[in-house]
Design a protein around this ligand. Structure first.
Ligand code: ZN
Length: 427
């Protein structure tokens, strides 16, 4: 069933009216809001200076070394051109030390935006093909995350994703690496790259094995293709969250399904404009998704490539009066509301994923991070003051279904990680 306007309006308010904040919030307040970024890619997050430095080391890769030329290089004609550029930049990462440098640089960038937790997508097959071994990759991610935690307090977790361009053989290789040599903090299994001619359902078996091992399903879908890909991600890949998923706006029944099952879309507005998936921010489906009760979290995707950051996404969303108005009218303080007090530093209460016990017997010497298990937010927000009193602003505070106890949007899905641990793929 799709959302009905009257139904939405009848939902209890779960916090202060958003428009009051979004109309007046200052840049300083936006910066201080504790934020999580659940959709960003490690290579795509590399600051221009880092990319220029790597390009200088590898002049044959076709990536400019001059920052101004790099900006022009990041002007994408369309989505295939973006994939082409992204692949060229990925090719600059050729050693474990490059990986660790990317992680450390990202940590500083997140801290500067007030982001205290991020789930970062890594495409292991790309790095394997560049000569970095799977165990080296895992160790570099772990040591980078440890440095970031020590120096900034920012907590990082990982999503290993399949690049659709690598086909099913690449998918199986990604699965093998994820199960056999995971880094500490590996929480999710994803699928990215082009959607054209890549049916999400083709990856059902691989995702099934990843899920059986305790990893969460977070495929990209409905970024450049239609709602059928989002349906496939939900039904065939059993998505816990969907990367982008903005095509759901074209299918009210799908939006109702996402709402009713608490499946969050990781929406990255500036990315969608930069790749040509959406013509301009004013035409972005975010407002409609929110109006239909779809849980949404803002992500930055590949921020320097798209001349953005998570903080900038908040600013741009605030700058769109229609968005702010719609968010406020529908009591969906998913994005535009401050948390009255600092959020916990472990992602608890967000739409963050639960780390499985994959690292328990990892040959890399990994282990599950102590004190880091992200459980469901069990806070009841009825009569307990603003919802944000216990949760950071980026998680979903959808109104509850009539007659139910209001809970965080993530509470029904994200449980304490008790996956069966790492296991061998059966194929
Ligand atoms: Zn992405």
């Amino acid at each position: 069933m799709g959302a009905r306007d009257g139904e939405l309006e009848s939902l209890p308010e779960s916090g202060p009216p958003v428009a009051e904040h979004s109309d007046t919030v200052s840049d300083g307040e936006l910066l201080r809001w504790p934020k999580v970024d659940l959709h960003l890619h490690l290579v795509g997050s590399a600051a221009p200076d880092t990319v220029a430095e790597l390009a200088g080391r590898h002049p044959g890769a076709g990536v400019p070394t001059d920052p101004a030329a790099l900006r022009a290089f990041y002007a994408f004609r369309d989505f295939p051109h973006f994939i082409e550029v992204y692949t060229a930049v990925s090719g600059l990462v050729r050693a474990a030390a490059d990986i660790e440098a990317l992680v450390v640089g990202l940590g500083g960038d997140l801290l500067a935006q007030g982001v205290f937790y991020a789930e970062v997508t890594v495409t292991p097959v790309t790095h394997l093909r560049a000569g970095i071994r799977a165990d080296e990759l895992a160790r570099a991610l772990e040591s980078g995350a440890a440095r970031v935690r020590r120096d900034t307090g920012v907590e990082l977790a990982w999503v290993y994703d399949i690049s659709a361009g690598d086909g099913l053989s690449g998918a199986r290789e990604t699965l093998r690496v994820a199960l056999d040599q995971p880094p500490v903090g590996l929480v999710g299994f994803g699928l990215g790259g082009s959607e054209a001619g890549v049916d999400r359902a083709d990856y059902r078996d691989v995702f099934g094995q990843a899920r059986a091992a305790g990893l969460r399903s977070v495929p990209h879908a409905g970024e450049t293709a239609g709602p059928d890909q989002v349906w496939a991600a939900v039904r065939d890949l059993r998505a816990d969250r969907v990367g982008h998923g903005i095509a759901a706006q074209r299918d009210p029944r799908l939006m109702g399904h996402l709402r009713d099952h608490g499946i969050t879309l990781e929406v990255c507005p500036s990315s969608n404009v930069a790749t040509g998936a959406v013509p301009e921010l004013a035409a972005h489906p975010l407002k409609d998704l929110l109006a239909h009760g779809v849980p949404v979290t803002l992500g930055s995707d590949d921020p320097p490539m798209f001349a953005t950051s998570l903080l900038e996404e908040y600013r741009r969303d605030r700058a769109d009066p229609r968005s702010a108005q719609d968010v406020g009218e529908n009591r969906h303080p998913v994005q535009l509301r401050p948390g009255p007090r600092p959020a916990p530093t472990d992602g608890r209460g967000t739409d963050a994923l639960t780390p499985p016990r994959l690292g328990a017997a990892s040959p890399t010497g990994g282990r599950s991070s102590p004190g880091w298990r992200v459980g469901a937010c069990r806070a009841s927000h009825r009569g307990a003051g603003p919802a944000g009193a216990t949760c950071p602003p980026t998680r979903s505070h959808r109104g509850p279904r009539p007659g139910t106890t209001p809970r965080c949007g993530s509470s029904a899905r994200v449980r304490d990680g008790a996956g069966p641990g790492r296991g061998k793929p059966t194929e």
